[in-house]
Ligand binder design. Structure first.
Ligand code: SF4
Ligand code: SF4
Length: 460
């Protein structure tokens, strides 16, 4: 592994040559670093020069790399390469004074190295994994100390904290429901503790080592942190969605989708949206930076993006795992406070509610005798009497007149239809007793006019 505790090594040029990298490879890499730092590719020679000068000066940036609740995947991402990578070479320009996973030393010797680095100051803390805070912090002990105490002590004196990987950013897998360890991300933990050391969040599971290198190089060479967005992520790396740069985007626009793994559509490389791809919601530059020495990345390898870079640093209860599961399905959780449910469950609950309300309404209508023939014409309502306009009074008077007509025929208000037929029969000079079987031609042709007449209670 290229990252080491000791700093004595050959020059950068010699190490590059020994590992088969040409100057052109190095400049190309510096160009991609420059872009991630928000510079143009034309700044590649300056980045290369700064790296070489920084290396020759022997002033390596002290770094402490701590782990919380994690699977060490982010360390693996950085370390587990078959052949040395230029990113590893660049990391030889830092002095990694403390790392629990990679160090040959262990125990109190390592803890002393951490304390010495804190005392000397001027270092950067890289934190990997979630911060488990339950049981008064006894969930995680390192070197006989509570993990949360070590983190607070180290972060407080650091120049900057880099939260590496989605667990360090918002609790990730560790904070997924039911989160018995009360895990959270570093930014939230430090904020709750009142520690205001700047935090840079580098999400994803695992984090891409190129992103870490870009941030460290900027800090080591320029003494500045990258511009951050509202989630404290470097803007240049996390300002576009996966979907924006996805090579399958054309298929998305054409409506060409994969609905089943193993299908002909999948073989054609169609869009994975119906299989739950979270690319449209996830702000990372995975399609550009790619993974494994730029060999490939999730969607290119045929796997829908599961949104592992979709962090909520200050809301561990809305960590990316809870937000994105179930994976490989289109639905996302709807969250109302501590209640989380799927859209189909919400639709079912809403349907049951509407059906229930309609049922209650129907029963009420039946009990009130307002089902057959629709609602009765009511006498002038009390509200209308009190507040009504002249038109409302007139409508009430019409209704009262209609009631009189019903009374005269010995009919109930619910018999309003029968009343109308009797009245039409009378108009036509027919026997009103035949009204039930009577069909008035002009009434069916001009129902609106007939109804107007009824409202006027116009008996002749
Ligand atoms: S595969 Fe995902 S990221 Fe790519 S175009 Fe489809 S929805 Fe967008
Ligand atoms: S493409 Fe999606 S799932 Fe893959 S690393 Fe990027 S954010 Fe995570």
């Amino acid at each position: 592994m290229a990252v080491q505790l000791q700093t004595a090594h050959a020059s950068l040029a010699e190490r590059l040559e020994a590992r088969g990298f040409t100057r052109r490879d190095f400049l190309k890499y510096c160009g991609s670093l420059a872009v991630m730092l928000g510079l143009s590719q034309a700044a590649a020679p300056q980045v290369a020069e700064a790296l070489e000068i920084g290396e020759k000066s022997g002033k390596l940036l002290p770094v402490i790399w701590m782990e919380g609740g994690s699977c060490s995947g982010c360390t693996e991402s950085l370390a587990q390469t078959n052949t040395p990578d230029i990113a590893e070479l660049v990391l030889e320009t830092i002095s990694l004074n403390y790392t629990e996973t990679l160090s040959a030393a262990a125990g109190h010797t390592m803890e002393q190295a951490r304390k010495d680095t804190i005392e000397a100051g001027g270092y950067v803390l890289v934190y990997e994994g979630a911060v488990p805070t339950a049981y008064d912090g006894n969930v995680l002990m390192v070197g006989g100390e509570k993990g949360i105490d070590s983190l607070a002590e180290t972060a407080e004196k650091a120049n900057a904290v880099i939260a590496l990987g989605s667990c360090a950013c918002d609790g990730g897998w560790m904070a997924a429901r039911p989160n018995d360890a009360a895990s959270m991300g570093v930014q939230k933990f430090l904020s709750d503790k009142g520690i205001d050391t700047p935090v840079v969040n580098i999400p994803c599971c695992p984090a891409n080592p190129e992103w870490l290198v870009a941030v460290i190089v900027q800090y080591a060479l320029m003494g500045t942190l990258p511009e951050l967005n509202s989630k404290n992520e470097p803007v240049e790396m996390f300002n576009q969605t996966v979907h924006d740069n996805c090579p399958r985007r054309g298929h998305f626009e054409n409506g060409e989708f994969v609905y089943q793994f193993g299908s002909a559509e999948e073989a054609k490389g169609y869009c994975l949206y119906p299989l739950g791809c979270r690319g449209p919601q996830t702000f990372t530059n995975c399609p550009i930076t790619r993974w494994n020495r730029s060999l490939s990345w999730c969607v290119e390898a045929g796997a829908p993006c599961i949104g592992c870079g979709n962090i909520n640093p200050m809301h561990p209860q809305r960590n990316w795992v809870d937000e994105s599961t179930p994976f490989l399905q289109r639905h996302r959780d709807i969250s109302l406070g501590d209640f989380h449910f799927q859209p189909p469950a919400a639709a079912l609950a809403f349907t049951v509610l509407v059906v229930g309300v309609l049922a209650v309404h129907a029963v009420g209508m039946k009990v009130a005798g307002r089902v057959d023939g629709g609602a009765d014409f009511e006498p002038e309502r009390r509200w209308d009497v009190k507040h009504g306009t002249p038109a409302a009074h007139e409508a009430g008077a019409c209704a009262a007149k209609l009631y009189d007509g019903l009374d005269a025929e010995g009919l109930e208000p619910k018999n309003i239809k029968r009343f109308r037929r009797i009245r039409e029969a009378k108009k036509a000079g027919l026997d009103p007793k035949a009204a039930l079987g009577f069909k008035v031609e002009h009434a069916s042709e001009e129902p609106a006019a007939a109804n107007d007449d009824a409202m006027k209670g116009g008996e002749e």
